[in-house]
Design a protein around this ligand. Sequence first.
Ligand code: ZN
Length: 84
Amino acid sequence: MEVEQVKEKGKKLFTLQQFNERAIEIFNLSHDKPLSKNGIECPICNNELLDSNFGYELNAGLMTKKVLCDNYNCGYEGFRFLLN
Ligand SMILES: [Zn+2]
């Protein structure tokens, strides 16, 4: 029996995107802490940006953190690289 070569018929697979989105969702739920200011100026309204509580993501092999502007009229969202 070539067990390794047999694929289960009709098995529902996640796409990589679906899997990662779910993993991020679970991660976020376990990291529900207050947002903190990060000393970075919003590129749109010059308000001080906040670090999100969405954990960390890899972007081109570098760790990044999502940043948000809490100015209601702005709503900028972006990423910053982590230095450490
Ligand atoms: Zn802003």
